[in-house]
Design a protein around this ligand. Structure first.
Ligand SMILES: [Zn+2]
Ligand SMILES: [Zn+2]
Length: 349
């Protein structure tokens, strides 16, 4: 049995992994079946997201089966299929008690797959409160989309769009697609913006009904179903890339919002007077809140999310170099390239 350890930028390796026991009464040991590779993992291994505390096992988008439970866990049994909420919260600090557990003050050193060991390993020890069960009908790779979808549902809740809002989501990777579906659950119709032709072709199979996919923001304006966009601008622009907030602001309607959810894009210059005069907002969002994890799992189980079109590749954990390579992280040459024709890539420990 092996686990994938992050040691330093560009240094990840497999090492031996032991099976943990449930120590506490509310512990659950999960045998991991599928773990999605996230943009956060790519940022950590390529040295652009410095929150990780090596040596640490990465991976936070996991599903599996229950292997063992502590003495006080009475509603789960070995063999149950579950997803793991990796976002630790203590429940007692000021952020946890004021409805913002995603910014728990005890998060540092407890963030699974970032500053505490995550799920790129055969077994994972969690507390009962972070475990959600799902049915036999759902496959493990689809269930592993629960965590990123919960983040998208949380982000959409932060901006609370009108049903008739015009919307654009920048980036047709997994997060962009999940954001388009999160918006579609609110009745919002919009466009995904993706410069890569290969990704556009893959994503075409996975966008919500009535949504379209275009190569740049100018096309959104030309092809929108909302007649007012050319004149007034776009009401809501979600930037999943971390690099497009500046061009998004230039296309934003008065009273509009940019939802910034990409990490590592660097600084931009803004004129605060424009925000005041035009009632514009930039809203940030990270991780999940307020039951969005259960809501995401429900959306996937209902079949309304085309999970099998969003998961484009599955690899054994031992083939991690190839898996990261599909997403543009070349671990041998230590450089980042444009991603291949891949959406969500899943590892199987
Ligand atoms: Zn993630
Ligand atoms: Zn807390």
């Amino acid at each position: 049995m092996s686990e994938l350890v992050y040691k330093a930028p560009w240094e990840v390796e497999l090492r031996g992994s032991a099976e943990p026991e449930p120590h506490g009464p509310l512990d659950v040991v999960v045998s991991i079946e599928a773990v999605g590779i996230c943009g956060t993992d790519l940022g950590i291994v390529s040295g652009t997201y410095p929150a990780a505390r090596p040596p640490v096992v990465l991976g936070h988008e996991a599903s599996g089966t229950v292997r063992g439970v502590g003495s006080a866990v009475t509603d789960l049994r070995p063999g149950d299929r579950v997803v793991i909420d990796p976002t630790y919260s203590c429940g007692h600090c000021r952020m946890c008690t004021t409805g913002r557990p995603n910014h728990c003050l005890r998060k540092e050193g407890t963030e699974r797959g970032v500053s505490a060991d995550g799920a790129f390993r055969p077994f994972y020890l969690a507390e009962r409160r972070f475990i959600h069960r799902f049915s036999e009908q759902l496959d493990f790779a689809a269930a592993a989309l629960t965590e990123p979808l919960s983040c998208a549902l949380t982000g959409v809740a932060q901006v609370n769009p009108r049903t008739d809002a015009s919307a654009a989501v920048i980036g047709a990777g997994p997060m962009g697609l999940l954001y388009s579906h999160a918006l579609a659950t609110r009745g919002v119709v919009g466009s995904l913006v993706e410069p890569s032709r290969a990704r556009r072709e893959l994503a075409e199979e996975a966008i919500p009904a009535r949504w379209r996919i275009v190569e740049n923001l100018d096309r959104v304006v030309e092809q929108t179903p909302h007649g007012h966009v050319a004149e007034l601008g776009i009401d809501l622009i979600v930037d999943t890339s971390g690099r497009a907030v500046e061009p998004a602001l230039q296309r934003l309607a008065r009273g509009g919002q940019v939802l910034a959810v990409g990490l590592g894009g660097g600084a931009i210059a803004v004129d605060p007077g424009v925000f005041a005069d035009e009632s514009k907002r930039i809203v940030g969002s990270i991780d999940s809140l307020d039951g969005s994890f259960a809501a995401a799992l429900d959306l996937i189980e209902s079949g309304r999310l085309p999970a099998n079109a969003i998961v484009s590749h599955t690899f054994a954990l031992s083939d991690y170099r190839q898996a990261f390579g599909e997403l543009g992280v070349d671990l041998r040459r230590r450089r980042r390239m444009a991603p291949g024709a891949a959406l969500k890539v899943v590892l199987k420990p």
